[in-house]
Ligand binder design. Structure first.
Ligand code: ATP
Ligand code: MG
Length: 328
């Protein structure tokens, strides 16, 4: 639901004529391209097959008329988004964003690691629209671009050892220049996760809570990247973070910033935003200082990749230890 009262739902067979209408009307309002889009070839038969197959989404105006659509297609690892169309009379109301986010939720639920779509180089505003939603160009054939987005990866961690192991698995993917921002309540497991990263990277020294030290550098024991571990809890703001000169450190190291949310994002356009939460049953519970259950409650880890660096990088496989799927 957006501010304009637009709803998105899965398409039903009865929606097919409305979907065809939206696809054709949206197409007619676009510039003519060479070679032309095949969008006009969609008819009740082809859309009917799509709806009965991998499905489609429709965006509805408050009066329930169809004003937008996306046809879904199973591309294997990723869910394909086809014929993304919004009626010209309803553009700028957020229907495309709402449908894209719904398609991504659908992709997660179906076990895909990401979503992808075709875009044309001749339509820069279109390409820019998808970039802003987190999509990056992963392939180009003439004027045809393939843009993709990696979805957040979610993992349940039953014990502190599982938290460390997840960090170690992620380390296999990391290289110098990578930024990891760790978010979570006091005692959520941020340092434990970083210990796993340090083990996986093979760095010198024990990773501990850098309580009195804002940043600690752990050089590599081999020829891989080192680890710079920052605890931003006591930092006054981005200025003090700048003083740590992480830019220089990122030349040879991976940087991990605990409590970096809202401060460290500016360091790198490509980053992993990782959230740790304590779970009790299906509840997410905050941590209380005197809570002795803290060390037994499982954690939920959510790894959100930001930027083109992570598209196609195998994040889900690495975090799940080779098992691709289950993100939500
Ligand atoms: N998956 C888990 N299940 C149970 N306990 C865990 C889990 N992961 C970590 N812990 C435990 O939680 C406690 C706090 O962990 P840790 O110090 O890593 O949290 P933190 O987020 O870094 O805290 P702070 O906010 O103080 O920096 C530790 O005792 C650790 O062993
Ligand atoms: Mg910590």
């Amino acid at each position: 639901m957006s501010g304009t009262g637009i709803r998105v739902r899965r398409a039903e067979p009865a929606d097919v004529p409305g979907i065809v209408e939206v696809i054709h009307t949206a197409f007619a309002a676009r510039p003519v391209l060479d070679p032309p889009s095949t969008q006009l070839q969609e008819d009740a038969d082809s859309v009917g097959r799509a709806v009965a197959g991998a499905g489609a989404l429709v965006a509805l105006a408050p009066d329930d008329t169809i004003i937008g659509t996306i046809l879904l297609a199973d591309h294997g690892e990723r869910l394909g988004l086809h014929r993304v169309s919004v009626l010209p009379s309803h553009q700028g109301e957020g229907a495309a964003v709402a449908m894209a986010r719904a398609a991504e939720a659908e992709a997660s639920a179906r076990g895909h690691v990401g979503t992808e779509l075709g875009a044309r180089v001749e339509l820069p505003p279109n390409v820019e629209f998808w970039r802003r939603l987190g999509y990056a160009v992963i392939d180009r054939a003439g004027p045809h671009l393939t843009m993709a987005r990696e979805l957040p990866v979610v993992l349940e961690l039953a014990t502190a050892d599982d938290t460390r192991a997840a960090g170690a698995r992620l380390a296999a993917l990391l290289r110098a220049g990578d930024l990891v921002i760790l978010t979570g309540d006091l005692g959520a497991g941020k340092t434990t996760f970083t210990q796993g990263l340090g083990e996986g990277l093979g760095v010198r020294g024990q990773v501990t809570s850098p309580t009195f030290i804002l940043a600690r550098t752990h050089p590599s024991l081999g020829d891989g990247p080192g680890l710079v571990h920052v605890d931003a809890y006591r930092l006054g703001g981005s200025d003090e973070l700048d003083d740590l000169d992480l830019d220089t450190a990122l030349g040879t190291s991976v940087a991990v910033v605990e409590w970096g949310e809202g401060m460290a994002e500016a360091l790198a356009a490509d980053r992993l935003e990782i959230t740790l939460r304590r779970r009790r049953g299906s509840e997410s519970v905050p941590v209380a200082a005197d809570d002795d259950l803290a060390d037994t409650d499982p954690r939920e880890l959510v790894v959100t990749p930001v930027g083109p660096r992570w598209v196609g990088a195998g994040l889900a496989a690495a975090v799940h230890d080779g098992v691709v799927g289950r993100a939500n």
